[in-house]
Ligand binder design. Structure first.
Ligand code: ADP
Ligand code: MG
Length: 569
């Protein structure tokens, strides 16, 4: 018949799916609508995991953190204009954090957009995305889908990872081409993250500094966790005997309880170290830009920096020994370089260890408090036990005080398990990160959320219930932002902008969608409720009542808040 003789055909829908699958992209984080709904239906039919959110920013955050966890680009798909803009916030955040991500948005027809003739959801998305991400591409022809997807993947993961925007106009999806030609047009990216070694000269320069150091320190950032060079990094640390600090999302690269961890002696090591080696950590605001009081006497330190991005060197202070390369390769060479040559700084390590023990002992009684209403320390003492007993669980954390205190109190034991507010210190990543953490790891997830932080993405509890994900959300509910005690200074009926409905029952939100809601008022109850949730794997929300007077303005970063010298608030 005519049908049998006709050449087999493929189309834009199919080629996008084939191109992603060929490159081992298995999960899509999406919000459906025109023009991508059929694409998502087909992707699911073809065996991809399609996780459908309630808001694009949360889908985008999920894709971003999937990129961090897996070293492959996380893929988010949205509709045009407003959906695209919602996803763009997450794409910018991914780029800022150096997470590989691809935002794919459907868009309107070029002819209409370029003449500004007022299409449905008209917007020049490519132009808008460009300054906010690492690279942005548009595909106009079905035969270019293979190369376009390959470019997007390579741009996201090579060099310093980041966010890539891929613009797919609606018309592309229905374009038809010969199936055999289509298959030939697909590209599997070869060696997407090539090994990059520094020169022998650069390595020797760094080794000389390390060998001459009396009080060396290594600082690992989330780039070191991302690099998945866990064994080499551990071998280097243990062979060298040097104390180390782990930035927030690097925690667990080595266990926080490792004898060389200086986490609980942070102030001391930052002030007194004479040689500091940064590995996948930037000297940005999170490290006080490498200068000022935190860093002791001006000029008292020499810096070694390991980073894939050459322009990161000298960003804030002079880097005496730059090591430009990928962390796995650089650490491998450094490990070889210290064999036999480096005397571990045992006196310095002993000083650091003594300070650490002292600080840990000071903190211990606060973590054992079973007081009600709970303060942050009592509640976090309970959650610390939860992670200690389940070191392979994922931990998501956002808030102000809830973040600052949890970061210090909850020890991490395995790499890439702690996901938090990152380089921007952004609120609103919680539920997106929690969903992806569950999907990508298959492990139980504990999301420790300030009540304010949770509000930015709270509707995704429905997503968590719908996909039956093993996520336990704990809301530290102190009735407000920073605290729940602010009042309207005029005495008027409106509440202060800093507070929420007092005594809110967030646990009921979870029950509305068939999950488990629990209301707790002391650390013992909190521990029991969370243990049960982590063991059962059922979607759970624990509303943990925290003293509204607990908490400080802006948490640990109150100094970033401008204050009026004329009027005290
Ligand atoms: P943190 O906030 O934990 O200090 P940052 O995000 O500031 O971490 O720093 C991460 C750094 O790691 C970035 O400068 C990035 O270029 C770098 N990086 C990411 N992946 C790699 C890699 N595979 N090899 C080398 N450097 C990397
Ligand atoms: Mg609060």
């Amino acid at each position: 018949s005519v049908v049998e003789d006709a050449p087999a055909l493929t189309d834009g829908f199919q080629l996008v799916i084939d191109a992603l699958k060929l490159n081992d992209i298995e999960n899509l984080y999406v919000v459906p609508g025109i023009p991508i709904s059929d694409l998502l239906r087909m992707a699911q039919a073809e065996g991809m995991r399609v996780v459908s959110f309630r808001h694009e920013q949360n889908a985008g955050n999920a894709a971003a953190i999937a990129g961090f966890m897996t070293k492959k680009p996380g893929v988010c798909m949205t509709v045009s204009a407003p959906g695209f803009l919602n996803g763009l916030t997450a794409l910018a955040n991914a780029t800022t954090n150096c997470f590989p991500m691809i935002l794919i948005s459907g868009s309107s027809e070029r002819e209409v957009v370029d003449l500004q003739q007022g299409d449905y959801e008209e917007m020049d998305q490519l132009a808008i995305a460009k300054p906010l991400c690492k690279a942005a591409f548009r595909i106009l022809h079905a035969q270019d889908i293979g190369i376009g997807v390959a470019r997007a993947i390579r741009a996201a993961v090579s060099g310093r990872p980041g966010g890539v925007y891929l613009d797919l106009p609606a018309k592309l999806f229905s374009q038809v081409m010969d199936a055999a030609e289509g298959a030939k047009s697909l590209v599997k990216v070869v060696d997407p993250t090539p090994a990059q070694y520094p020169s022998a000269e650069a390595v020797n320069r760094a080794l000389d500094l390390l060998k001459g150091a009396k009080r060396p320190l290594v600082i690992f950032g989330k780039g070191a966790a991302y690099a998945q060079a866990d064994d080499t990094i551990r071998a280097f640390v243990e062979k060298s005997g040097i104390p180390f600090l782990q930035m927030s999302m690097a925690k667990g690269l080595l266990p926080d309880t490792h004898p060389q961890s200086a986490g609980a002696a942070r102030s001391l090591v930052l002030q007194d170290a004479d040689v500091v080696m940064l590995v996948g950590a930037r000297l940005n605001w999170l490290l006080s830009h490498g200068k000022g009081k935190t860093w002791g006497k001006p000029g008292s330190k020499k810096f070694i920096q390991v980073d894939i991005e050459p322009r990161e060197m000298d960003s804030n202070v002079e880097i005496h020994a730059p090591l430009v390369g990928d962390i796995a390769s650089v650490m491998e060479v450094l490990l070889k370089g210290i064999e036999g040559g480096l005397t571990p700084p045992t006196d310095w390590m002993a000083t650091v260890a003594a300070k650490r023990e002292q600080n840990v002992a000071k903190m211990a009684p606060k973590l054992m408090s079973n007081a009600s209403p709970m303060n942050f320390h009592g509640a976090l003492g309970a959650l610390r036990r939860i992670i200690k007993e389940r070191p392979d669980a994922m931990l998501v954390n956002e808030g102000a005080n809830t973040l600052d205190l949890a970061r210090g109190i909850i020890d991490m034991y395995e790499p890439r398990k702690r996901l938090d507010v990152g380089t921007w210190g952004v609120m609103g990543v919680g539920m997106g990160y929690a969903v992806a953490a569950a999907v990508e790891s298959g492990k139980p997830v504990l999301a420790v959320e300030g009540d304010s932080a949770f509000g930015f993405s709270g509707m995704e509890v429905e997503t968590i219930c719908r996909y039956n994900l093993p996520v336990c959300i704990v809301i530290f509910n102190n009735n407000g932002i920073y605290r729940g005690t602010d009042v309207n200074p005029t005495g008027g009926a409106d509440p202060s902008p800093m507070v929420f409905v007092p005594g809110s029952r967030y646990d009921k939100m979870m029950e509305a969608f068939g999950g488990v809601g629990v209301h707790v008022t002391n650390p013992d109850e909190l521990y029991r409720a969370v243990s049960e949730a982590m063991d059962s794997g059922r979607p759970t929300l624990v509303n943990a009542v925290i003293d509204p007077a607990a908490g400080t303005e802006s948490g640990n970063i109150g100094s970033l808040n401008p204050t009026s010298s004329v009027r005290k608030m």
